[in-house]
Design a protein around this ligand. Structure first.
Ligand code: CAA
Length: 258
């Protein structure tokens, strides 16, 4: 039954909605939540009928890794917990992922959002890295992804102080793309996902891959060489012909992911 599931996955019209369903613990990431998320991400990586993923959990995005579980961890278990492949699997999905955040996105919850491509926050969203207030540090990519996104000094401020910031502050520092009124975050993310899903899916995948490679490239030249290659490779697709022919014929393109 759906109530027994800690992670829910729905796929309609090329858009997947992935949600954590552990409301009593504010969607904190327990071992079982992580296992179910991991399985859903494996499923999403295999699917050919998904063009955008929306990560949304009702009321609270995720209040972090489960503190009650971590209290019992020794060094070896903590290493396993931190090395959880979820954030990497999320980041490595070929399709774009939009985090639709309401309520708390703290610690591992914020790290989950950072592994997404785009973040939309409700006015009531609260974000931060409380790890150092608990005697640890972000352990799921936060010390790397946060400085890349908002810059080293602001990431250090958040991580060293453990302070929780609101959506407007998050928008001002580039932690989120957009802030919307409470109750509208899922609808806004779904609309954006619809817009993405209508574009040429192979081009979107190439764009996502090329942007990532460019961020990680040792030099502009190396990144640019990959961009040129990716650009040229799309001219071998039916969708490129369809997109440009549709423009010339003044009609909407129909993309087939071929
Ligand atoms: N782990 C386990 N349980 C959690 C949790 C977490 N991260 N966050 C909330 N909960 C549980 C609470 O224990 C409580 O359960 P009980 O009723 O059984 O005690 C329930 O959710 C509701 O929480 P509160 O009563 O605390 O709700 P509140 O509205 O008063 O406060 C809050 C909300 C400010 C988010 C507070 O719950 C809180 O500070 N949570 C912890 C947030 C945090 O520190 N997250 C980072 C964890 S470390 C991490 O994530 C490491 C990493 O990088 C991988």
């Amino acid at each position: 039954m759906a109530e027994d599931k800690l992670v829910l996955l729905e796929i309609n019209d090329f858009i997947a909605k992935l949600s954590i369903n552990r409301p009593k613990a504010l969607n904190a990431l327990s071992g079982e939540v992580n296992r179910q998320l991991d399985a859903c991400l494996d499923e999403l990586a295999k699917r050919d009928d998904v063009r955008c993923v929306v990560l949304y959990s009702e009321k609270n995005f995720a209040a972090g890794a489960d503190i009650k579980v971590m209290l019992e961890c020794d060094v070896a278990r903590a290493r396993e917990y931190s090395a959880s492949p979820i954030m990497q699997k999320l980041e490595n999905l070929k399709t774009p992922v939009i985090a639709a955040m309401e309520g708390y996105a703290l610690g591992g919850g914020l790290e989950l959002a950072l592994a997404c491509d785009i973040r939309i926050a409700a006015e009531n969203a609260k974000m931060g890295f409380p790890e150092t207030t608990l005697g640890v540090i972000p352990g799921a990519g936060g010390t790397i992804r946060a400085p890349r996104l908002i810059g080293e000094a602001l990431a250090k401020e958040l991580i060293f102080t453990g302070k929780v910031i609101d959506s407007q502050k998050a928008l001002a520092i580039g932690l989120v793309n957009q802030v919307v009124p409470d109750g509208q975050v899922l609808e806004t993310a779904m609309k954006m996902a619809g817009k993405i899903a209508r574009n040429a899916p192979l081009a979107i995948e190439k764009a996502k891959g090329t942007i990532r490679e460019g961020q990680e490239a040792e030099s502009f030249e190396k990144g640019y060489a990959r961009e040129v290659e990716a650009f040229a490779s799309l001219f071998a697709t039916e969708d490129q012909k369809e997109g440009m022919r549709a423009f010339v014929e003044k009609r909407k393109p129909v993309y087939k992911k071929r």
